[in-house]
Design a protein around this ligand. Structure first.
Ligand SMILES: [Zn+2]
Length: 335
């Protein structure tokens, strides 16, 4: 069974094109796909990044190839249209393009390509970035690990230490720290951030979109600015009040900056153990019309608009692999 599964995984494109499979009309394809991007950067920067964050970036060249493919083969729509489609049980296959966090490169590199191909996109912005707090533990932690041969933190009075000599040991430590951070309640999380950064966390203004850039993008009908909470905490670790506060604050800041209602939200991190029913309910209560998770999968009619799945798009997805992901087949076989 495992061997068969592995064969299917390694040949999903070939299997997806089999005549018998075509007759099944690809039931896994559903009626839509929401693509999830984070960063679009020059190729040499993507290729030289060996950090665990490298999966967040797609090269400019790859992004253009993917957008060209979408414009030639698919109907790409805004999130407003996608929500309407999901709620009305539309049968046509639609695609939406989204970006998380609000990186400056979305404005610098992705936007001109979106314009060139007339592709609508939604950018979910961490609003503390717009207010000048551009710290990112996922960048700073890796920079620290790159420099040290040993790393230590105290979690609830218990000392945790790692030997971090060599790349794989550093990656392992990063992954374990990510798990500890995202699984910790707010106060413990903040204490861990202090242990990583000291009292003044490193700022990355060169990586983050400014309020002015968000406003410029928002003026174009192709671009929708959505909320991604204010601080980018893992919502599963917050109380109901804290979650509502994070969502409302980001919405208010954006509405003030853009001068119109902000209707779409993306949960930070957004995997099933990082955003759940409690958060979906609160997002609805806050008045958002849609919310996306990072659970991998395509859309089908009847999906809850407060937990729409997405497909994570990586730099290695060349033409046929990109098509395999869009078809929903790779998500179905867990690839
Ligand atoms: Zn995010």
């Amino acid at each position: 069974m495992e061997a068969l599964k592995s064969l299917v995984r390694s040949s999903y494109y070939w299997v997806a094109r089999m005549p018998g499979i075509k007759l099944l009309s690809k039931p896994w394809k559903g009626t839509g796909a929401i693509l999830c991007y984070h960063r679009v950067l020059p190729g040499e920067r993507v290729r030289s990044d060996v950090s665990p964050n490298r999966g967040l970036a797609v090269s400019v060249e790859r992004f253009e190839e993917q957008m060209r493919h979408l414009s030639e083969n698919y109907n790409v729509v805004s999130m407003d249209r996608m929500v309407e489609h999901v709620e009305n049980g539309g049968k046509e296959f639609l695609v939406a393009v989204t970006f998380d966090d609000g990186y400056k490169d979305n404005f610098q590199y992705a936007y001109p390509i979106l314009k060139k191909y007339g592709i609508p996109a939604t950018i979910y912005v961490i609003t503390r970035f717009l207010e000048g707090d551009t710290s990112m533990w996922w960048k700073e932690l890796w920079e620290r690990l790159a420099e040290v041969g040993e790393f230590e933190v105290e979690v609830c009075g218990e000392r945790r230490s790692w030997r971090t000599q060599g790349h794989s040991a550093k990656v392992q430590c990063f992954r374990e720290m990510r798990k500890i951070l995202l699984g910790s309640e707010k106060e413990i999380y903040l204490d861990l951030l202090r242990q990583i950064s000291g009292d003044s966390p490193k700022q990355y203004p060169e990586d983050c979109m400014t309020a002015e850039e968000a406003r410029l993008l928002d003026k174009d009908d192709l671009i929708t600015i959505g909320a991604h909470t204010h601080s980018h905490f893992c919502l599963a670790s917050l109380s109901e009040n804290e979650v509502a506060e994070e969502m409302m604050k980001s919405r208010e800041i954006l509405e003030k900056a853009l001068d119109h209602p902000v209707m779409h939200l993306a949960y930070p991190y957004g995997k099933p153990d990082e955003a759940g029913e409690k958060d979906f309910r609160i997002a609805r209560g806050c008045g958002f019309s849609s919310s996306v998770v990072t659970k991998v999968g395509n859309i089908s009619s009847g999906h809850d608009a407060m937990s729409l799945p997405r497909l994570e798009i990586k730099d290695q997805l060349d033409g046929r692999r990109f098509e395999g992901v869009l078809s929903g087949f790779s998500a179905m076989v867990g690839r």
